[in-house]
Structures are given as C-alpha cells and as structure tokens.
Write a protein that binds this ligand. Sequence first.
Ligand SMILES: [Zn+2]
Ligand SMILES: [Zn+2]
Length: 328
Amino acid sequence: MVAMVLEKAGQLLRRVEVPVPKPGMKEVLIQVGACAVCRTDLHIVDGELTKPKLPLVLGHEIAGVVVGTGAEVERFKVGERVGVPWLGWACGVCAYCRSGRENLCNRAQFTGYDRDGGYAEYTVADEGFCFPLPDSYSDTEAAPLLCAGLIGFRSLRKTGAARRVGIYGFGAAAHIITQVARFQGRQIYAFTRPNDAAAQEFARSLGAVWAGGSDQAPPERLDAAIIFALVGTLVPLALAAVDKGGVVVCGGIHMSDIPTFRYELLWEERVICSVANLTREDAREFFAIAPQVPVKTQVERFPLTEANEAITRLRTGKISGAAVLVPK
Ligand SMILES: [Zn+2]
Ligand SMILES: [Zn+2]
C-alpha cells in the first residue's frame, strides 16, 4: 500500500510502499476513505511535539471501512464504516481512566503519533477507540469531525452554559463548533487574524453574530472564549474580553508563550484552562448531536500523495474549513 511517512522531524513526508498492516487481536483493519489534516500534524512534522514514533504515518481524523478484524474483535464487522480519532488507546486502570478522564491517561497512545495513523491506504485501530459514523456524512465530510469536531466540542463544553462565546482562530475546529453552538442557542463572536476579511466573512456565513480581528474588542462582554490559534498573546486579550466569572479555554495542543499580564484581568473569578485530547464520552455525545444540527463540514480535498502540499497550505492559512487527504 501507499503511505506518506515522516522519517524525521523537519523533513517532508515521503511516499513509500509498505505492506498492509495486520490487525492485532482487538484491532480492526480499515481501508482509509479519507483522513483530515490537523494542525497537530504540523506540530509533529515541525518537532514541536517531541516524542512521535519514527518512522510514523501521521493522521488522526480517519474515516473508512472495516476490511479485516483481529480474533477478539466484537464491536465491528467487515463492511462497517468507522472513524478513528486522536485517542487511540487508554489503559482503563490508571487513576485518570477510572475517574472518567481517559483523555489524561498515563499510558495513553495517540493515533498518528504513538501509533501509525491515516495518511495511508490502510490502517489498524483498536476497536474500543473507533466509532460508528453517522450515515449522513461521506468519509470526506466525516473526517474533520474526528479531531476538529471532537476537540472543538470538548472546548465548547468547557465553557459551561456560556451564551456569548468568543472564538479566536477561525479554522477547522471553529467552523464546526460554531454550528453546534448556534444549535445550542449560543452566540459566536469570531476573532481572526487582523484584516483577514475572508476568514471574517466565512465566520459570518456560518452564523457568527460578530466577526473581527483579534486586536479588536467585541461589541459586548463575552461569557467565555475559546482560543484555537497558537498564539499566547491572545490569552490576556481573551481575558480582557470576558465578563466576570468568564472562562478562557485554550483548545490547542501547542501555544507560544503567554505574556505576563495584570492580575486584574484574571480577578473576579475568571478562569484559564486547557483542553487535552478527548474521551470516548465526548465522541459519543458529539456524534449524537452533529447530525441533529446538522453540522456541515467545509473541506478541501487533496490526493493522499499530496499530503505535503496540504500541510503547507494549512500552515500558511490557505485552507478555509478543513484539508482532507483522499487515497485515490
Ligand atoms: Zn489510563
Ligand atoms: Zn487533531
């Protein structure tokens, strides 16, 4: 099969021919229909996430069909469609797993990081960490739901019952979660790079009540803000934009340093928190709500072998919505 492989951080992915992987006892073999490109993949390629298995097949937003099963697989049959997210395995016995926080599992394995992922024609995944996909989505449409959607949803949940929600960085996660937030009766305020009129228009087209540059103040105080951009200087800006008791959620896996700021910005019980990974419970809830909204994903397709091009376009902010790799 063809796979796009990272051999060393800082290098381009290399197109290689490798044997189709064999599923382990509890694993399914999946023919990949589509795999979305996540910003996390950029951090892995750039060496900002420092412990990937190497060589590595990236990709943790995988939609495809089960074409083989290990001897102990019970949940899925050949021919069924599944999605594979970033959380590829958790131990189930550590204190985090036992308290409903498997996203923080001490021994967690991540797809396309600790395990080979979906930048390939086939992949294997532990059946316990695969999800049935709603029929209303094609593989290409479903792929971005598996990280942008799930991490976005977990970030939105961290805002509690906030009605006015700011989103800093209007990419793949924001475009999905804006639709969910509207469905829940919330109002979205979109912050983009200053003067990025196209991104602001994109946000408004998805129902944001206001869109402007991250250097602008929103027209009213927000109840919460989610930061998907990688820019630490946004944290004090977001704190200044939220009202008393407001939450600022950092949704990224990586961020530049947060500058010092006046305590006054945090006072009155404002909270800063981060979101790490996802739990299977997040996925169950999100895949129940997504078809009801219904969430529509805007995708830009690339052939699998053009993964490097897709990564470059994502890096330079040239993708509106999500980039998705399609093997042939
Ligand atoms: Zn665990
Ligand atoms: Zn991701």
